[in-house]
Design a binder for this molecule. Structure first.
Ligand code: ADP
Length: 405
């Protein structure tokens, strides 16, 4: 039986997973799936690597179906209907590694889980959900190795100055820092830059991760030196439903003058702002494009998105001291030619020139200029987790031959 890696991305009501065969140098995805509607109307769906549905199940008694039931369903499905595979190890996408987790970690000790739990205060909307399956599996399947992989870790290579807010030292020392996120995506892009152009691998590159969440990362020789997200995943660019950079005075105004509770203000800035808030229509770029001609608010949301990206890229070019390449990735970055065209048009001062026909065909290289160049590179955060798992487990095996996987 082949021991497989399960890569989990757990949210409040969903459990997304990919199953990898790790036997080759590059782990190969064999199944993708999710349990959504956890706690309400659960739906378990698995597709094979060709996109064919291999499992599809719903439950009526949704309220009794939590994350634990979702995990049991996944493991039982693997053991009963996928006879050639056995669960070798589980990797978890964990949003926050704080100051000290600057690389993935084998969670083989409750003390590590306790350390990760203290970081829940830094990412209360995500971290508790990310940690829940680790806790459940440690209890139910203690022999299965688990690896936590962090969205913040890739940015710990940044110089201290890029991680600081201009606030009193005591606050900084208590952990109020610019952590940055989307690190698994940036690590993937960084690892494949050389496949596209050796100049990118050795040079100064800005990666625009433009999905439902959106941020930029400045890479120097493949290492993060600055990013637009800060203490939380709310900072930087406007996103699907998040506001991006906001004068903190707005928050005080909402609390003091508009009498919002902290929870209500948080909900507005996380879930009712960004493309959705400005357009009043949708957080989905496809919907906004479809309505933009007749709906000025949809057009304004699109314009603000591109404007903010262009301005922030200008700031990161300054941090890098110049630019050799720009990479677009994630849902909007990989698919929305008009956003890419608007951003590149706004960067002509930096020497960028669009290859319009390559851009409209979503080709990897979309610049007519070779220095600086512009690219579309698909991201793959789950693959990074599987690769990190491989490294962590092989290091653990060398240290203690008894570790499985
Ligand atoms: P997440 O951050 O949830 O992983 P994705 O990277 O999948 O998000 O990006 C989702 C967003 O990508 C959608 O909300 C949509 O705005 C955008 N998107 C996906 N496909 C297209 C497309 N063909 N054209 C324009 N935008 C797209």
């Amino acid at each position: 039986m082949i021991p497989v890696f399960v890569v989990l991305n757990a949210g409040s009501s969903s459990l997304k997973f990919q199953i990898f065969d790790p036997s080759d140098m590059k782990p190969k995805v064999i199944y993708r799936g999710m349990v959504e509607g956890i706690g309400t109307s659960p739906h378990f769906l698995v597709k094979d690597c060709d996109g064919a549905i291999v499992a599809d199940k719903t439950w009526d008694d949704g309220e009794a179906f939590g994350h634990e039931e979702a995990l049991v369903e996944l493991v039982t499905w693997m053991q009963t209907s996928r006879g050639e595979y056995r669960l070798g190890a589980v990797g978890h996408r964990v949003v926050h590694g704080g100051r000290f987790f600057d690389r993935p970690v084998l969670v083989d000790d409750d003390a590590i889980l306790d350390d990760l739990t203290t970081l829940e205060a830094l990412a209360p909307l995500h971290q508790p959900h990310n940690l829940k399956p680790i806790r459940i599996l440690r209890r139910r399947m203690p022999d299965i190795p688990q690896v936590a992989c962090f969205d913040t870790a890739f940015h710990r290579s940044q110089p201290l100055i890029a991680q600081l807010f201009a606030i009193p030292k005591e606050l900084t020392e208590s952990g109020v820092l610019r952590y940055g996120f989307h690190g698994l995506s940036y690590e993937h892009i960084s690892s494949v830059l050389g496949d596209y152009d050796p100049v990118l691998k050795a040079g100064r590159v800005i990666v625009a991760h433009l999905g439902n969440g959106a941020s930029l990362c400045a890479l120097n020789k493949g290492k993060s030196i600055a990013t637009t997200m800060g203490f939380s995943a709310l900072d930087g660019l406007p996103m699907g439903t998040r506001c991006g950079a906001l004068d903190p005075g707005v928050v005080f105004y909402m609390l003091r003058e508009m009498n919002f509770s902290a929870e209500a203000a948080e909900r507005i800035l996380y879930t009712q702002s960004g493309l959705l808030g400005v357009s009043g229509l949708s957080n989905d770029m496809r919907t906004l494009r479809a309505h933009a001609q007749k709906n000025p608010d949809a057009q304004r949301a699109i314009d603000l998105f591109a404007y903010r990206i262009t301005r922030e890229i200008g700031s990161l070019i300054a941090a890098l001291g110049g630019i050799d390449g720009l990479v677009f990735t994630a849902g909007i970055g990989e698919n929305d030619a008009a956003t890419r065209a608007a951003v590149i048009a706004g960067l002509s001062w930096a020497g960028f020139e669009l290859d319009a026909s390559a851009n409209s065909r979503n080709e990897p290289r979309i610049s007519a200029s070779s220095a600086p160049s512009a690219w579309i590179i698909p991201t793959n955060e789950e693959l990074v987790v599987a690769q990190q798992m491989k490294r962590v487990l092989s290091a653990a095996r060398q240290a203690a031959p008894a570790v499985a996987g």
